[in-house]
Design a binder for this molecule. Structure first.
Ligand code: HEM
Length: 434
C-alpha cells in the first residue's frame, strides 16, 4: 500500500514477503531513516544519533560499535547481571515495604526499574528512587520520553511540503524545547563526571564516551536520550502486556509460576537470573506477548536511499517505508485462525524466532537497522516479570474478576494497553525475599 502526504510518499509493507524484500533483499537501499523536521532541527543530532541516524554512515557504525561493546554484546549483558539483580531486588523490596495490599500502577513501577537498569549501565546512576511514584521523577521522565517520541515522530509542515523549509519556525521552536529537555535530564550528570578526577573511573559507557573518545556534553546527552527511550519504552510496554495477559489467563500464570519455582529458584527462595533461561514455557509467553502486542507496530520509519523496484512497484528515493509488523504478526494467513488469541504454546518446539530471519515474526525488525538491544530487553523483561509473579500474588482493585480484565490497546507510534494496569500485590508467604 502507498499514500501521498503532500510531496511525501509513504509506502507500507504488510506481508512477510514484502518485509523480506525491504529488510533483506534490498536492505542497503532501505536502511535509511526518515527524520521528521523537528528532530532534524535538534542541535547535535547529526553527530550523535544512533536510533535516528539518517543513514548507515561512519558515525552510525561508530556509535553502534560503542553500543555493542558497552551494552549489547553477550559480554556486556553478562557484566550487567549484577545491576539487573540489584535494581529488581530494589523493586521487590519497595513493593514489600510500601505496597502490600495497595494499588500499584504496573507501568510506573516497571518503567522506573528499567530506567534505573539502563541509566546504571550507561552512567552508574539511578534516575529514580521510589518505584516511580513521585511526581518529580518517573512521571516527569515518562512524560519527557513520550513528548520526545511524539515530537520525533510527528509530521511537520515541511515534512509534507519541503519547499517551506526556510520559513519553518514551528519545527525549530519545538526542536529547541526538546533540546532543553534533553539537556536538563543529562547535562549535570555528564558535566559532573567530566570534571571528576579520573582515579574513581567507573568504566561505564559515560566514561568510554568522555575519556575514551572526548565526546562533547551535547552529543552524549542526545545519545543517552535515544538509548534511554529505546531501552525503556518497548520493554515497559512488553512487561505491562505480559503481566496483563498472565493476570487474565490464570492457568497460564499458574504454569509459569510452577516452571519458575521448579527451575529457577535457589537457596533462600531466591530467583536466579541465569537459571531463568531454562524456563521454556515462560519464554514462549514472552515471545507470544511480543507477537500479539508488538510494541512498535510500524517499527521506526525507514527511508529509501535510492529509487528501488519491489514486487513490480517503484518506490522513489526518499519515500518513507513502514513495515506493518502488527498486521503481519496478527494475520491468520501467517498464524492460523487463532492468530489473535494469547497462546504461548504456539512457540514451544517452534523454529520461529525474532533474530530477523523469520519475516512473519519481527518484533525487533530485521536488516541493518534491526534492534541491537534485543537480548538486553529479553533479559530485563524476563527478570522483572518473573520476580513480580514469583514473589507476589496479584489481584485487581475492587475484587474484580481477572478474566474480565480489559485488554484493549491504543494504536499509535507504540502499541500500549489503553487503560493503565492497576494491580494489588500481596507477598507470597512461601517465598519470602532473601
Ligand atoms: C521489548 C523491547 C524492545 C523492542 C520490541 C525493540 C524493538 C525495536 C525496533 C522495532 C527497532 C527499529 C528497527 C528498525 O528500524 O528496523 C529498534 C531499534 C533500536 N533499539 Fe530496540 N527494542 C527493544 C528494546 C531495546 C533495548 C533494551 C535497547 C537498548 C538498551 C534498544 C536499542 C535500540 C536501538 C539503539 C535501536 C536503533 C538501531 C538503529 O537504528 O541502528 N532496544 N528496536
Amino acid at each position: 500500500m502507498s499514500l501521498r502526504l503532500g510531496g511525501q510518499i509513504v509506502v507500507v509493507a504488510s506481508t512477510p514477503d514484502v518485509a523480506k524484500e525491504i529488510h533483506k533483499t534490498n536492505n542497503r537501499i532501505f536502511s535509511g531513516r526518515f527524520l521528521p523536521s523537528v528532530y532534524y532541527n535538534v542541535p547535535g543530532t547529526m553527530h550523535a544519533s544512533l536510533v535516528m541516524a539518517r543513514e548507515c554512515n561512519d558515525t552510525w557504525k561508530f556509535l553502534r560499535a560503542i553500543g555493542q561493546n558497552c551494552i549489547f554484546s553477550s559480554k556486556a549483558i553478562d557484566s550487567a547481571a549484577g545491576i539487573r539483580t540489584e535494581k529488581v531486588t530494589e523493586m521487590v523490596e519497595f513493593l514489600r515495604a510500601n505496597k502490600d495490599g495497595k494499588v500499584v500502577n504496573i507501568e510506573d513501577l516497571v518503567f522506573a526499574t528499567f530506567t534505573n537498569i539502563i541509566s546504571n549501565i550507561m552512567a552508574s546512576r539511578n534516575l529514580f528512587d521510589d518505584g516511580g511514584e513521585s511526581e518529580s521523577d518517573a512521571k516527569v521522565m515518562r512524560f519527557l520520553n513520550e513528548e520526545i517520541i511524539d515530537k520525533a515522530s510527528t509530521f511537520g509542515l515541511t515534512d509534507v511540503f519541503p519547499m517551506l523549509k526556510g520559513v519553518d519556525f514551528w519545527s525549530k521552536g519545538r526542536a529547541m524545547d526538546m533540546y532543553r529537555n534533553i539537556k536538563s535530564t543529562w547535562g549535570d550528570i555528564i558535566k559532573e563526571r567530566s570534571t571528576a578526577k579520573n582515579d574513581n573511573s567507573t568504566n561505564d559507557l559515560l566514561d568510554v564516551l568522555i575519556n575514551g573518545h572526548g565526546f562533547p556534553v551535547d552529543h552524549i546527552a542526545i545519545l543517552f536520550t535515544e538509548l534511554l527511550i529505546a531501552g525503556t519504552d518497548s520493554t515497559t510496554i512488553t512487561a505491562v502486556w505480559l503481566m496483563a495477559e498472565l493476570i487474565k489467563n490464570q492457568e497460564i500464570l499458574h504454569q509459569v509460576r510452577k516452571e519458575i519455582a521448579n527451575k529457577a529458584i535457589i537457596e533462600g527462595n531466591k530467583l536466579n537470573e541465569s537459571l531463568l533461561s531454562e524456563c521454556q514455557f515462560f519464554h514462549a509467553g514472552i515471545k507470544e506477548t511480543l507477537r500479539l502486542h508488538i510494541p512498535g507496530p510500524f517499527a521506526v520509519p525507514h527511508r529509501a536511499t535510492e529509487t528501488c523496484i519491489v514486487n513490480n512497484y517503484t518506490i522513489p528515493k526518499d519515500s518513507i517505508v513502514l513495515v506493518n509488523g502488527w498486521a503481519i504478526q496478527t494475520d491468520p494467513n501467517n498464524w492460523g485462525e487463532d492468530a489473535i488469541s494469547f497462546k504461548p504454546e504456539r512457540f514451544l518446539n517452534s523454529i520461529i524466532d525474532s533474530r530477523g530471519t523469520c519475516f512473519e515474526y519481527i518484533p525487533f525488525s530485521a536488516g541493518s537497522r534491526m534492534c541491537p538491544g534485543q537480548n538486553v530487553a529479553l533479559k530485563g523483561v524476563q527478570l522483572v516479570v518473573a520476580s513480580l509473579v514469583h514473589y507476589f500474588d496479584w489481584s485487581l482493585p475492587y475484587g474484580k474478576d481477572p478474566s474480565k480484565l480489559d485488554l484493549s490497546d491504543r494504536f499509535g507510534t507504540t502499541l500500549k494497553k489503553d487503560k493503565p494496569l492497576y494491580l494489588i500485590p500481596r507477598p507470597r508467604e512461601n517465598y519470602i525475599v532473601g
